[in-house]
Each structure stands twice: as C-alpha cells, then as structure tokens.
Design a protein around this ligand. Structure first.
Ligand code: ADP
Ligand code: MG
Length: 266
C-alpha cells in the first residue's frame, strides 16, 4: 500500500519535472545537481507560495544541509536551508535529542525524506519560538518539506561572519569581547526563560555577528526544558562559551555554575 502511494508520487514528480518550466532560470540561478526531484519541486512550491522568488547562490555546504542565498518577492534577502542527506551521525544525534521530547516521540523509523522534513520543521518551530521570545535569531519565514526559509544575516549575498571568524580575522576589537560574551549569555537566558528552550549545539561556530547583534543560528536540535537532557545541554552550551571567551580569549568570565544560575534563576 505504502509502496503503491510512493510509486504514484514518483510518477507525478516525474511528470511535473519533465515540464519545461522546471528549467526555469528565473527560479534557479544556481544549477544544483545535488537537488533531488522532491527538493526541486519543493523550491517550486515555495515560489508558488510567494516565499522565495529566486535562488541565487550557495552560502554553505554542510554535511547534512546546504544554505542558499535567495531573494524574496519584496527584494528581501533570504537564507534557504535545505536538508539533503541523512548521515549515520545525523540519525544518531537526532535520536539523542528527540528521545524524551514529547513533541517528537511519534517519529519512529521514518524514511529519509520524511526525517529531513521533520527536522526542517523542528528547526522552524524552534526559530519561531525563539524569535517571538526576543532572542536574536534570523526571522523565520516559511518551511516546506526539507526546506526552511529565514531572513539572511548579511548583505548582498555575503553572509555575516561567525563569531569564530570575527575573532580569527580581527573583525572584533579585544575590548568588545566581554560585551559580546554577555550579549550571547543574555540570548541564552531569553531562550531559556522566554522560549523555554536550550540550544544544545551552541559554540563560536553557531553565532553570527551582524550590526552589533549576536545572532544564534542552527537551532534544529534545540530541546524544551522538560527534555531529560535539557540541563546537560545547557551546561555544555555555557561550558563552550566559557571555554571560548575565558580560556581562549582570556576574557574574565564567571564559572559555568554561576552562569547556569544566572540563566535559570530569577
Ligand atoms: N540566516 C542566515 N543568514 C546567512 N547565513 C546563514 C544563515 N543561516 C546559516 N547561515 C550560514 O550557513 C552556515 C550553515 O548553517 P547552519 O544552520 O549552522 O547549518 P549546519 O552547521 O548544520 O550546516 C552557517 O555557518 C552560516 O555561515
Ligand atoms: Mg552550524
């Protein structure tokens, strides 16, 4: 039965993909061999919904997801994160985060493309909760299957630097380190108290610096406070900040325990 449905979906995808408008250069300025048929159709659907006007270029090619720069119908810059593969590592980490999260217990053994869709939707809903709680995150726009659309952090297709890069390339004055540190802690606090979420993969690689703000990105794995590992993840996130700012940059920072109290207590 499932197979029959799959076959029919495939046939429909093939039919639609053979239509000329797919070769539409208006939509795909980047030629992407890495896109499967579902993804191509997904991007088309997002244009039909007037979420993406044109896909401009690759910003980042990670292990599981690629991020593209795109334009919206009002000329706004967008970042389009497309989940394309499921590595064994990814599956393992998904389980680590999902196990015990009551919102995602039903997932079970989903096929690859469904798992990626769940993951994209999870990232979208986490972004939304954080954005609404006033956390500095890219504003989420829309999500469809394995494709997540958010506001682009940067300008004209040039993304903002990651915290790690800003320090390495001397884009930050050492006198600014402490302020940046506390700004990130403040975001972690808002994430915890306002959104009821713990990031779970916070590091100098998942913070972008732009226009004086510290944008937290890559929130797919964030967990709710009632997740059994929430506290452990919070400790690790704050530990990463202490390691980077304290040990590596020599900023005088509190201990992890002090920071945990700062974030979680009134
Ligand atoms: N909203 C955004 N605007 C601009 N660039 C982004 C945005 N989101 C992600 N990026 C870029 O894409 C990279 C990968 O995104 P991320 O969400 O961290 O995925 P992953 O690390 O899982 O591949 C980031 O390091 C950053 O350079
Ligand atoms: Mg990342």
């Amino acid at each position: 039965m499932e197979d029959e449905v799959e076959k029919r979906v495939d046939a429909e995808l093939n039919r639609r993909l053979s239509q000329p408008r797919l070769k539409d250069k208006d939509l795909f300025e980047v030629v992407e061999e890495v896109f499967d048929r579902r993804t191509v159709l997904g991007v088309m659907e997002l244009r039909r919904r007037r979420c993406i006007k044109v896909l401009k270029g690759v910003v980042s090619a990670g292990k599981e997801a690629r991020v593209y720069w795109a334009k919206g119908f009002s000329g706004e810059d967008l970042a389009v994160k497309i989940y394309l593969t499921v590595t064994a590592e990814f599956r393992k980490s998904i389980w680590r985060y999902i196990r015990g999260d009551p919102r995602y217990e039903w997932i079970g053994k989903l096929p690859r493309h469904k798992l990626m869709a769940v993951w994209a939707r999870k990232e979208f809903s986490n972004l939304k909760r954080m954005y609404e709680a006033g956390v500095e995150v890219p504003q989420p726009c829309c999500v469809y299957q394995n494709i997540l659309v958010m506001r682009f952090i940067g300008r004209d297709g040039v993304r903002a630097p990651l915290l790690k890069e800003a320090v390495e390339h001397g884009l930050l004055d050492t006198s600014e380190y402490e302020e940046v540190f506390w700004r990130i802690v403040d975001n972690v606090k808002k994430m915890y108290r306002g959104a009821g979420l713990v990031h779970g993969d916070l590091s100098e690689y998942n913070v972008m610096l732009w226009e004086g703000r510290t944008y937290i990105i890559d929130v797919s794995q964030a967990v709710r406070l009632d997740h059994p590992n929430a506290h452990e993840f919070l400790r690790r996130d704050l530990g990463n900040l202490v390691r980077f700012f304290g040990d590596e940059l020599g900023v005088s920072v509190p201990t992890v325990d002090e920071l945990i109290r700062e974030v979680t207590e009134e």
